[in-house]
Design a protein around this ligand. Structure first.
Ligand code: ADP
Length: 160
């Protein structure tokens, strides 16, 4: 059984993420979307909420599982019986960061393979931080995030 992990902050999930999940899920038997705790980022949604939003946003993908973890990604991958990490690439600016991360994880655990999936051109400009900026100032996020999570983003923004 071929299992892939898409790790990320997903704060919040965007249509760019969902596009990556849909395409990745067709390449593997099981896709685990794993929300990780990034100590460098102060999240809009806590882990449980992000998991909940991801579950709503991926209901149409039959072989997806949503999970969360903190700690080392290679250890998490081993627990899940896989060595495959999938990350999305948008612009050249993502490349340097992703390249470093992939090499670092390979250094500490050589069995891990990080593979990259190119963004679809219609989502290449889309990021969670861009969505947060838009929503903060009441901008339109329709079409940029899954319809089922749009209201939750506006509600959450209103609290901040
Ligand atoms: P992280 O904090 O790890 O960067 P994100 O939630 O921002 O987590 O992103 C998770 C993954 O999804 C990353 O591999 C990122 O490059 C990818 N990604 C984010 N937005 C897009 C997009 N619009 N198209 C393709 N991949 C994307």
């Amino acid at each position: 059984m071929r299992i892939a992990i898409c790790p990320g902050s997903f704060d919040p999930v965007t249509n760019g993420h969902v596009d990556v999940f849909e395409r990745t899920s067709k390449l593997f038997d099981v896709l685990i979307v794993a929300v990780f705790h990034n100590p460098n980022k102060k999240p809009l949604f806590d882990m449980e909420e992000r998991v909940e939003l991801l579950k709503l946003a991926t209901q149409h993908i039959p072989n997806v599982r949503i999970d969360c973890f903190s700690g080392l990604l290679n250890e998490y991958a081993r627990q899940q019986n896989t060595n495959i990490i999938v990350r999305g690439l948008r612009a050249l600016s993502d490349f340097e960061y992703e390249f470093q991360r992939a090499l670092l994880i390979k250094k500490i655990d050589p069995v891990i393979e990080t593979v990259f999936i190119m963004t679809s051109s219609e989502y290449s400009f889309l990021s969670s931080s861009g969505i947060k900026e838009l929503a903060k100032f009441g901008g339109p996020i329709t079409g940029l995030v899954p319809a089922c999570v749009e209201d939750r983003i506006h509600q959450q923004m209103a609290k901040f």
